[in-house]
Design a protein around this ligand. Sequence first.
Ligand code: IMP
Ligand code: MG
Length: 180
Amino acid sequence: MQEQKIIQVKDKTFAVSIPESELKQQIKRVADQISSDFAGQEPVFLAVLNGSFIFAADLLREIDLHCEISFVKLASYQGTSTTGTIREVIGLNFDITGRPVIIIEDIVDTGLTMAHMLDTLKGHNPASIDICTLLLKPTKLQVKLDVRYCCKQIPDDFVVGYGLDYDGFGRNTKDIYTIV
Ligand code: IMP
Ligand code: MG
């Protein structure tokens, strides 16, 4: 029997749940789908930092399209009005008007982050906006969200690795690990 890979990130223990080989396979499948769906178009990929940096790098290298990529961040700050937390997309330094946009996200949990992102980006009048996520926890979704591309659905357990963090740590692994 193969030895189970275990890592310690801060005070928590994690075991491999999605090995690198499976990630590669699923990413290739999604990249091929995107390349076929957007054939003849020039989409803009918007990778959401920090979590998606490794996924974005691997996905883009499997995409067979004339395309651009930019890295964005969703910044939260407390508003002065009664609206509470205000979220703003930062780093969007070029014009997406009339362009097909594909958001690259590490994981969709409640879906609130993506819902905010869609709202903000719609104001820039892109031709279309689609979500491409590495992971999705379907049982956690709190909003109606159309996730067009998903590499893998996972149960409602905390994961790290391959860009995803626990309190800033644990991003630098080739496999994905689930908390034990
Ligand atoms: P949402 O707004 O609830 O969908 O949260 C999405 C964000 O929460 C992701 O972009 C991640 O940064 C973070 N997140 C949610 N679940 C996990 C997890 O299991 N591991 C690491 N980060 C997570
Ligand atoms: Mg994230």
